[in-house]
Design a protein around this ligand. Sequence first.
Ligand SMILES: N[C@@H](CCC(=O)N[C@@H](CS)C(=O)NCC(=O)O)C(=O)O
Length: 231
Amino acid sequence: MHNEFDVDQVISGENGMKLYDSIGPNPRIVRIFMAEKAIEMPKQTVDLRGGENRGPEHLQRNPHGQMPTLELDDGSYLSEITAICEYLEEIKPQPAMIGSTARERAECRMWTRRVDLNICEPLANGYRFGEALKFFEKRIPVVPEASPGLKMIAANRLQWLNEQMADGREYLCGKRFSLADILLFCWLDFGALVGQPVDPANTNVKAWFDRVAERPSIRADPVTPPAAKRA
Ligand SMILES: N[C@@H](CCC(=O)N[C@@H](CS)C(=O)NCC(=O)O)C(=O)O
């Protein structure tokens, strides 16, 4: 298994890891995280639109049938984007995208969890149970009547975040660009394509979004159209 002394191999992609990749915000988050840390590895595209991620071969990699999934050098697999990013940060700690100290790491995890639970997940499920219902109803349990409420929660918590950012911070963790920013950015970028744009009244969030959008890692990996046609 890797440790932090494998850094050169991690950078050169000779480490035996492989990213099972696809369209969608979650794989994009991991790709941007890797780009920020200059981590390269082979990628294998899985056809999410065609449902390959729900087929037996991918289910054996990730029993949740979701994307992305990271194959490790011993042939085992990791999924869930935050777990994948935590693993990559541990084997290549610099540049730190989670944190260099216990305090920094905790701060990033706090913001990652806040935006994930309160904004990204409700936004995603608002879309899956709404515009993308026909696409997702054969894949996951769906609750169509929850869609408007979930969208309302995401919008409400974004407004809350806008108030938090009135302190003039550059990024969610102050001056540090981190995993929390990548996660939120990718979901808001996607939200704008599926009927959940950021309310322009959230001027602090909008300024942060425009700042993050200029990063080379983001510009090099633009948002892709949603997999689902409108229900
Ligand atoms: N909690 C998972 C979510 C993964 C996820 O929902 N991935 C989407 C792509 S953005 C997916 O696989 N969608 C297709 C499907 O569920 O069939 C993570 O953190 O990785």
